[in-house]
Design a protein around this ligand. Structure first.
Ligand SMILES: [Mn+2]
Length: 371
């Protein structure tokens, strides 16, 4: 018996397993663990949604230096998917002699389809045109080989590289023509490399080219990471329906706050206390504006909050300047060199960040804090 059902699949990329995450400081191990846990979430999603297959558009691994244990772990996770998984090497993990894919293909289950050749592959409901990469950098469009054949079957492209648009995100390598999907008459071109989701509509409004982004956020600079795309296509030529699903666990949050009045520090603390999932949040907090000496204890409270509640938090208060009308404490310093130094720092502080920081330190020491 044969009855119609649309093609449904999951598009993901840039798992970057083996990423050191040194920029996450003390949270680096948790950042690395989260990337593996996210694979389990993708596996569960594929099962719950009864998807026909899963596409991984390159950079499964961070580099060729990943440990054998990690390669085995990822292979086991992929073998546990209950639909076929199709995967191409990207620019971080290109298919090269002696590289990570030689090691993986020796031990991984045959159920994981490692696509190392640029030739069409039959997939459930259609044809897949894989565009594996063979080197880290190239000026060649990896999709150029795909023949523009007539649309009698649903045709899906799978590639990794930078879409050659005038406005670029990040560095350009393996440039992909912005109209590659239309030129090759693909129903959908699944791309990897950019870490944020990007859907690229064409003239008729249909989206046939998309970046899924990385499923687990990996830095403060990503605007829309932590997702996979679920794609549904009724028949050859029909516009794909694309759904963006969050699977990521960690939040990388940068807050820039300018303080200008008393009480604002308290309101900021209240806002931070109300943030959802602080234990999954890496926070970078940059304070600027006016610091009121009388609120010194508030700053201590903020530092305690950051250190105790968040997965990782960094406070940059270097641009806070002591409020000019709040310097009674200076006149209470012992007469002599110290008071004189404090007066000079206060006068210089509005224009000189180093003087402002020195004045804050002096204030804390004068209050008996350990700065
Ligand atoms: Mn890449």
């Amino acid at each position: 018996m044969c009855y119609f059902h649309p093609m449904r699949f999951l598009h993901t990329a840039d798992w970057q397993i083996g990423m050191k995450a040194a920029h996450a400081g003390a949270a680096a191990q948790k950042v690395r663990d989260a990337r593996l846990e996210t694979i389990r979430r993708i596996q569960a999603l594929a099962r719950d949604e009864r998807l026909d297959f899963v596409l991984i558009a390159g950079d499964t691994f961070e580099d060729h230096g990943v440990s054998g244990a990690l390669i085995t772990q990822v292979g086991d996770l992929l073998a546990g998917f209950d639909c076929p998984v199709y995967l191409i090497p990207g620019n971080h993990d290109p298919f090269v002699a002696g590289g990570v894919w030689e090691r993986a293909s020796r031990q991984w289950s045959r159920r994981v389809h490692l696509l190392f050749e640029r030739r069409p592959v039959e997939i459930p409901g259609g044809l897949l045109y894989p565009c594996p990469l063979f080197e880290r950098w190239s000026n060649e469009d990896p999709t150029a080989w795909i023949p523009p054949e007539p649309l009698d079957a649903i045709r899906i492209g799978l590639a990794h590289g930078s879409l050659a648009l005038p406005i670029l995100e990040g560095e350009r390598h393996h440039p992909i023509h912005p109209e590659a999907a239309e030129r090759a008459r693909l129903d959908y071109l699944a791309l990897g490399d950019w870490h944020s989701v990007k859907l690229l509509p064409i003239g008729d409004g249909a989206v046939r080219t998309a970046y899924s982004g990385t499923p687990e956020p990996s830095s403060f600079s990503e605007s829309e990471s932590g997702f996979v795309l679920l794609v549904e296509i009724d028949r050859a030529g029909a516009p794909p329906r694309i759904e963006q699903r969050r699977v990521g666990q960690l939040h990388w949050l940068t807050l820039k706050e300018e303080l200008s009045a008393r009480g604002e520090l308290d309101r900021l603390i209240a806002r931070l206390e109300a943030l959802p999932e602080p234990e999954r949040t890496l926070l970078r907090l940059e304070l600027s504006g006016l610091f009121f000496a009388a609120e010194s204890a508030r700053l201590d409270k903020l530092e305690t909050l950051l250190a105790s509640r968040f997965l990782d938090a960094k406070l940059d208060a270097g641009r806070l300047v002591p409020a000019p009308d709040d310097d009674a404490w200076i006149e209470n310093l012992p007469a002599g060199a110290i008071r004189e130094a404090a007066r000079r720092l206060r006068n210089a502080a509005p224009r000189d960040a180093a003087a402002a920081r020195a004045l804050l330190e002096l204030y804390r020491i004068a209050q008996g804090g350990d700065a």
